[in-house]
Design a protein around this ligand. Structure first.
Ligand code: AMP
Length: 113
């Protein structure tokens, strides 16, 4: 089944894009949980972290680089930010297409609520 993020990647759904290259797209979360809440999404269809194959692992390094760049652009470097991925039901993953949340711009509270 096509996920909502595939529709965004294919241009069938709008998004507030903040980064894009051949492998990764990043856009603002539609229901932000922090003053800055950006989703960093692989263009390759990978359901979650656990299902990544060996050949996909370089994407993790690239996601970190994109997060660093966006943190700089959005002024998160000094006070800090959180980069996380929800893997599966217990983590509350809703969209089964690999993505990382970049959160910041204010105190984020404890890691697990
Ligand atoms: P997760 O719970 O980790 O699967 O996160 C999915 C995220 O996607 C949630 O934070 C939603 O607010 C966000 N989201 C859902 N629909 C959209 C959309 N159309 N554009 C941007 N973000 C979305």
């Amino acid at each position: 089944m096509t996920t909502l993020f595939e529709k965004i990647i294919n241009g069938d759904l709008p998004c507030e894009k903040v980064f894009e290259n051949d492998r990764i797209i990043a856009f603002k979360d539609i229901f932000p949980k922090a003053p800055v809440h950006i989703l960093i999404v692989t263009k390759k269809v990978i359901p979650n972290l656990q299902s990544m194959k060996e050949e996909d692992l370089p994407l993790i390094g690239e996601i970190v680089k994109v997060a660093q760049q966006l943190a700089q652009e959005f002024g998160l470097e000094e006070e800090g930010y959180r980069l996380l991925t929800n893997n599966g039901n217990h983590a509350g993953q809703v969209i089964h297409h690999l993505h990382f949340h970049l959160l910041g711009g204010g105190p984020l509270g404890r890691m697990v609520g």
